[in-house]
Design a protein around this ligand. Structure first.
Ligand code: F6P
Length: 342
């Protein structure tokens, strides 16, 4: 078989481990050939390919990013996008595709599978917001990076008696904020799923200062105040999938807290640092297993499926199960930690 691979959406530590796992097993166990498509769905759309064999995947396991490149190209938003993809796959003699991506990339994969393209999906996103799988790879790395930052910010916050607001990624889901905030001992965690009350946040800030400690607030980029409004939006810019570019809630929150409490407050935006660099051991393990299982699914002709972590096992679920609904933080998980705030 000739198998195409692509990585789409925001990059994420562990992508290379998936590619390596699939290629190494595909060649050694099944004698398959591979072809890489560059920059997500742009590759098959514009016929942009890269050689992908065992030599090409040597040494990439610990490397962040993706050797295939990534983009947020949406073929369904482009005239004749689907036909062009089908033609280019046929031209290269591609029998099946492994698409590694988040809600958007796998959303496209789901629709293409419905249109008869042989595709298997692998879930990736630092946001951990794909349904059907217990975890996506990349999330653990992002949480570890954010936790280390929080640990460091505690000492400088205390030296200067300041509030430090740490803005982490998570467009619609607060998983990174919740896990890193808990691991780093944040005094307040704000997530998109639970609009926050600014008066309550300020009261928690003041009670924290009353114990002679300086508060650390971890806030997801998508968090919003309870009154509603668009505090989190920096611009109206949207990507090809219609997502507004987020950011700015950290700064807005810091100035609001300073204004209301009189305490000096600073914001730190971790941004793309959370997505860069080498994956943690857990993410390498998960990504490698996803790659090994994805090529077996392809070999067995089990198309329209997505690899999923269920407990410690890798399962196959319908692609639509991963993309139909975002996996957001359950209310009880947030309630559980709220007792530690302030
Ligand atoms: O989807 C992963 C993610 O890192 C989100 O957490 C974030 O909102 C978004 O990508 C940022 O996208 P970009 O790098 O395209 O600005």
């Amino acid at each position: 078989m000739r198998v195409g691979m692509l990585t789409g959406g925001g990059d994420c530590p562990g992508l290379n481990a998936v590619i390596r796992g699939a290629v190494r097993k595909g060649v050694a166990a099944y004698g398959h050939e591979f072809i890489g498509f560059r920059d997500g769905w742009r590759g098959p759309l514009e016929n942009d390919t890269i050689a992908l064999d065992v030599d090409a995947v040597r040494g990439i396991l610990p490397r962040g990013g993706t050797i295939l490149g990534s983009s947020r190209t949406n073929p369904f938003a482009i005239d004749n996008g689907v036909e062009r993809i089908k033609d280019n796959l046929a031209q290269h003699g591609v029998d099946a595709l492994i698409a590694i991506g988040g809600e958007d990339t796998l959303g496209v994969a789901t629709k293409l599978a419905d249109l008869g393209v042989n595709v298997v999906g692998v879930p990736k996103t630092i946001d951990n917001d794909l349904s059907g799988t217990d975890f996506t790879f990349g999330f653990d790395t992002a949480v570890n990076i954010a936790t280390e930052a929080i640990d460091r910010l505690h000492t400088t916050a205390e030296s200067h008696h300041r509030v430090l607001v740490v803005e982490v990624m998570g467009r619609h889901a607060g998983w990174i904020a919740l896990h890193s905030g808990m691991a780093g001992g944040a005094n307040i965690i704000l997530i998109p799923e639970r609009p926050f009350d600014i008066d309550k946040v300020c009261a928690q800030v003041e009670s924290r200062f009353a114990t002679q400690y300086s508060p650390i607030i971890v806030v997801s980029e998508g968090a919003v105040p309870a009154e509603g409004g668009d505090m989190s939006l920096v611009s109206g810019e949207k990507d090809a999938f219609g997502h507004v570019r987020l950011g700015g809630i950290g700064d807005r929150l810091a100035s609001e807290i300073e204004r209301r409490t009189g305490k000096e407050a600073r914001a730190v935006v971790l941004g793309h640092v959370q997505r860069g660099g080498t994956p943690t051991a857990f993410d390498r393990w998960l990504a490698t297993r996803f790659g090994l299982h994805a090529i077996t699914a392809v070999h067995e002709g089990d198309f329209g499926t997505m690899m999923a972590l269920r407990g410690t096992e890798i399962a196959r679920v319908p692609l639509s199960e991963g993309t139909d609904q975002l996996k957001t933080v359950r209310p009880d998980l947030y309630d559980e930690v709220e007792v530690l705030f302030g």
